[in-house]
Design a protein around this ligand. Structure first.
Ligand code: OAD
Length: 265
């Protein structure tokens, strides 16, 4: 593993081998997390001062039991996050990933963006093929009928909000103790298994099964010498010393520099 800390007073240090690996890859898979949206003003979860879980107890807000106990409090908290996200804009990191997808499509490379983020900022930046493995703040599900649809108007008028069928609405996000959506997880696992370049970007990669995708990609690397892994994250993670390239810096700075190098401009 090579560690590439970026110098914040200059351009991020992008290894030439990584640029070549992108240019030569047949299939690229990316797993993003909250860090990618941090520069858009959306708090991460585990950053010790600013992270969401430093302020709130996830067991009181992000579990089915919490919703059963206090549906108004839980839905209001998620709706406030939805309102906050609506005021935020995608940052240069999101746009660079959309550009990478476009480059891959034009170069006939397979490209898959898997995100743990529920904010839809990747899509707003122009990414098309996004697998949301933790759901979305914009989708809500009726707990009576199971029907799920987009709710784009915000905020809700009262809490807990109800569907037309009269059932309580819950956000269609994955809570602690719940299974990830089967279809999305299958597609994500396929993409991690079959790619020759796997990135984790802006994620502590502490939460399974999403973090297990790194192990899936590493298995592929063990089998094929041409497969590579790369981490782009503000801080080192416990996976940093197991990837081919660990670049430590802000994704909103590193990713635009990386795409510039790939596109040779
Ligand atoms: P975390 O908060 O665990 O990790 C965010 C990572 O982003 C940290 O390692 C930071 O160092 C890094 N970071 C912060 N700012 C950054 C920046 N500008 N550029 C690059 N990296 C930056 O968030 P996730 O890994 O996304 O799940 O958390 C995974 C899941 O845990 C979430 O989807 C959520 C949470 O509990 C549920 O709610 C079920």
């Amino acid at each position: 593993m090579a560690d590439y800390p970026t110098n914040h007073n200059s351009l991020p240090n992008i290894p030439a081998e990584l640029v070549a690996a992108i240019q030569n890859a047949r299939a690229i898979t990316i797993l993003t997390g909250a860090g990618v949206s941090a520069e858009s003003g959306i708090p991460t979860f585990r950053d010790s001062l600013t992270g969401m879980w430093a302020k709130y107890d996830p067991m009181e807000l992000a579990t089915p039991e919490a919703f059963a106990r206090e549906p108004a409090r839980v839905t209001q908290w998620y709706d406030e996050r939805r309102c906050n996200v609506a005021q935020c804009q995608p940052n240069p990191g999101h746009f660079a990933l959309a550009e990478l997808e476009e480059y891959c499509t034009e170069s006939q490379k397979s490209f898959t963006l898997i995100t743990q983020n529920v904010d839809r900022l990747h899509q707003r930046a122009g990414s098309h093929r996004v697998i949301e493995i933790h759901g979305s703040l914009w989708e809500w599900r009726c707990t009576r009928t199971g029907d799920q649809r987009e709710y784009l108007e915000y905020p809700f008028e009262h809490y807990p909000p109800k569907s037309k069928a009269g059932g309580l609405l819950r956000p269609a996000v994955v809570w602690f103790g719940e299974a990830l959506p089967e279809h999305e997880m299958m597609m994500a696992t396929d993409a991690a298994t079959s790619c020759d370049l796997f990135f984790t970007i802006g994620t502590s990669a502490e939460v399974y099964p999403a973090a297990g995708l790194i192990d899936v990609a590493r298995q592929r690397k063990i089998r094929s010498r041409t497969a590579h892994t790369c981490e782009i994250n503000q801080d080192p993670t416990r996976h940093s010393d197991r990837v081919d390239w660990a670049i430590h810096g802000k994704s909103g700075e590193v990713l635009p520099a990386l795409i510039d190098r790939v596109l040779e401009r």
